[in-house]
Design a protein around this ligand. Structure first.
Ligand SMILES: [Zn+2]
Ligand SMILES: [Zn+2]
Length: 333
């Protein structure tokens, strides 16, 4: 039974920011692309040190907000939480991160180059965790699927292409007292404060911005008097807000505009908070789908509120499948 390790257990530093990911089609396997210390085969502390090093490299070298992987699988049948479930990874390549969670197997181009049975079990343990906690779909692919890279290396990729079979023998008797799954940590699992949809809704075409779904945030410090009003009357706050929307029914390549906006209590729009000043123009994929992660840090004051806006001019029946949002941070300016 794979042990899921919290970020604290391997010594993660806090992410600079997080972007919400509502669901994914599955997982993609990765390798480090460099040398992996053979000590990681026998000493789990070496695994933790390796993951700390990867996080440092991704944050300081790549300038990313956090380690790029969702989870890291090591030889000890342990899956260490990287960005974790419901958070957009960064390791799959531009445009590919919302499709799949990213799982690193602790192998590389030298030192440890072959995935061990323990790593394969840990990979499946990580995948199970992402399916249970992060709405990951069934797909298992490699980083090189859809992106030009040697990752995850031949040995791991061969295993993935073969369907990622679990090793046949059980390595040890199940522990009498297995460690429970850690609860998601606050820093990587911000509070979901608004789920906008219970059922799918059809989004009619529009020439003006229409708030088909409205997300409003309330503060946790008690500034918000009642539900459904401004998040913090007469108090200036900053919110890191993100939202996820999924649409279907467009023609391939057809444009859609989405945005996070600030509104006054009377419904008039103040401005577009994400992207800055004008809505994002997105195009439907070959299946007529659009999925978007919206993220913004913006001030809300008085009676203002945050909303998600969707605009399209399709003649098809465009359906909003999912929409969700959370605040990652909310603090006084
Ligand atoms: Zn990779
Ligand atoms: Zn380990």
């Amino acid at each position: 039974m794979t042990i899921i390790e919290s970020r604290a257990s391997w010594g993660a530093v806090r992410p600079r920011s997080t972007s919400y990911l509502g669901s994914a089609r599955g997982v993609k396997a990765h390798y480090t692309g460099g040398r992996v210390d053979p000590a990681t085969l026998t000493d789990h502390e070496a695994c933790r040190a390796a993951v700390r090093g990867i996080q440092r490299g991704h944050m300081l070298g790549n300038g990313w907000s956090d380690i790029g992987y969702s989870m890291v699988a090591c030889a000890h049948d342990r899956a260490m939480i990287g960005r974790g479930p419901r958070v957009l990874p960064a390791a799959n390549g531009p445009g590919l991160n919302s499709g799949h969670y990213a799982i690193l197997l602790l192998v590389g181009t030298s030192g440890v180059t072959e995935p061990t049975d323990g790593m394969k079990r840990a990979f499946h343990g990580a995948r199970r965790y992402l399916r249970e906690r992060g709405a990951a779909g069934a797909q298992i692919a490699g980083h090189r699927d859809g992106y030009a890279t040697s990752c995850p290396g031949e040995p791991v990729y061969r295993w993935v292409r073969a369907g990622a079979p679990l090793p046949s023998t059980t390595p040890s008797a199940p522990s009498a007292d297995p460690e429970p799954l850690p609860e998601p940590e606050e820093e990587s699992m911000p509070e979901i404060v608004s789920l906008g949809l219970e059922d799918e809704v059809v989004v009619p075409p529009s020439t003006d911005y229409q708030p088909w779904w409205t997300a409003e945030w309330k503060d946790s410090a008690g500034w918000h008097p009642t539900d459904g009003q401004s998040i913090a009357p007469n108090v200036k706050v900053w919110a890191d807000a993100v939202a996820f929307v999924a649409l279907r029914g467009l023609a391939p390549g057809e444009p859609v505009q989405v945005a996070l906006t600030r509104h006054n209590d009377d419904g008039t729009m103040q401005d577009v908070a994400w992207p800055i000043n004008r809505p994002a123009l997105l195009r439907a994929d070959a299946d007529g789908r659009v999925e978007a992660n919206l993220a913004a840090q913006f001030g809300l004051s008085g009676d203002s509120r945050a909303r998600v806006f969707i605009r399209h001019a399709s003649t098809g029946v465009v359906t909003l499948e999912t929409a969700s949002a959370f605040k990652a941070l909310l603090h006084r300016s």
